[in-house]
Write a protein that binds this ligand. Structure first.
Ligand code: FAD
Length: 344
């Protein structure tokens, strides 16, 4: 019989992230579907009691914790030690954790120490055959595989944006604290502060309801024979600020900077969506001044509703890549959309 251990780390304010709450939904569903499975939870953080209370209704029969100032921030050595002891204490055979940067870094080392196996970017679970099968995408999200393993413990890092966040109902839960003394060799790395970009520069917003993709057309000569980079910059930023959309880009647009052409200063290769870029998950997507070629639109695999604005009625979006194509000037359309949004 399997013992499913859900593991999460607290954020700096002591809560659990949206991604962790999504993985909790997955873990709690899986525990109900996998016959005879035991479901337990484990938390890591400086002070985890309020986070545990918030998820006390998740169905876990025990809540383990590795707690203290040494576990407040991400650090490979202390995280690996804490995760290892949590999994050993719980006698877990299946471990579910979300793909946070903290766990992505530490969990593979934990699997090695436990002589277990790890699978990352897990996007689904099946239990129809009576045993656990996971789903995972390959080849830039073009092929999906279902697979199972016999080796235990089996550590699974679950991607965000797949499951709804667990609906917390604050209650109270008894913590089983694991007493852990870290030796000095595991504390050599110290977090001395956080540096984050200004909010206006932070254009990648994984939790946004809308992905707005800018294409190279924004930097091309327009009907008057001129390029209008400054206008493009203002129109795009105004729209992002009024809609809170996440900003994606085509490869052509972000490549222009390295080719010495005039570019939009807030875009980098991190914004690139597509075969050699990212495959973000958002309920809706809107592309403007982007042609919609296959190497780009393959990155839209997980965007549920797709719309595009392009002057060209024969662009790629019109060839079955978008649900709606507006054949129009994106400079005018996006200015009008922002005007309507800010009027509300
Ligand atoms: C191996 C490989 C991997 C690749 N990986 C990626 C990837 O990860 N991501 C990616 O994006 N691409 C990728 N590409 C490149 C991809 O094939 C396209 O070249 C790229 O997506 C084109 O970018 P674009 O649509 O922004 O530019 P363009 O093709 O130049 O299109 C610009 C569009 O803007 C429109 N336009 C211009 N002015 C306006 C206006 N005022 N209003 C409305 N529309 C206007 C034009 O009609 C045109 O359709 C890859 C290619 C290869 C070979």
């Amino acid at each position: 019989m399997e013992t499913i251990l859900y593991i999460a780390h607290t954020e700096s304010n002591g809560s659990l992230s949206k991604a962790s709450m999504e993985t909790l939904t997955a873990a709690s569903d899986l525990a109900k579907k996998l016959a005879g499975a035991t479901f337990v939870a484990g938390l890591i953080g400086e002070n985890v009691q309020s986070a545990v209370n918030a998820v006390s209704n998740c169905g876990a029969s025990k809540f383990y914790a590795v707690e203290g100032a040494d576990f407040g921030s991400s650090r490979y050595a202390s995280d690996v030690a804490a995760l290892e002891i949590l999994i050993r204490t719980a006698n877990a055979t299946i471990v579910l954790a979300s793909s946070t940067s903290r766990f992505c870094r530490a969990m593979p080392g934990v699997a090695y120490r436990l002589k277990g196996l790890i699978d990352t970017h897990v996007s689904g679970f099946e239990t129809g055959s009576g045993k656990l099968e996971i789903q995972r995408w390959y080849y830039r999200q073009r092929m999906v595989a279902s697979m199972s393993r016999t080796q235990r413990p089996w550590l699974l890092l679950v991607d965000s944006g797949i499951y709804p966040a667990f609906q917390a109902q604050t209650g109270s839960a008894t913590l089983q604290k694991i007493d852990m003394k870290l030796d000095e060799s595991k504390k050599k790395t110290k977090v001395v502060g956080l540096q984050a970009p200004q909010t206006t520069a932070q254009t990648i917003r994984p939790d946004a309801a809308l992905l707005f993709v800018a294409g190279a057309g924004w930097t091309k000569k327009q009907a008057d024979g001129q390029i209008h980079i400054k206008d493009a910059e203002r129109i795009i930023l105004d729209f992002l600020n009024s809609s809170n959309a996440s900003l994606g880009s085509s490869k052509s647009l972000v490549d222009q900077g390295s080719e010495g052409e005039e570019v939009l200063p807030f875009l980098s290769h991190l914004n690139q969506v597509g075969q050699t870029g990212s495959t973000p998950r958002h309920p809706k997507g809107l592309a403007a001044c982007c042609h919609g070629e296959e190497p780009h639109t393959v990155g839209w695999r997980f965007i549920n509703e797709r719309r595009a604005v392009n002057l060209d009625p024969n662009c790629g979006w019109a060839q079955g890549k978008a649900d709606v194509l507006y054949v129009a000037d994106a400079f005018q359309v996006m200015t009008k959309v922002t005007e309507l949004l800010t009027k509300k």
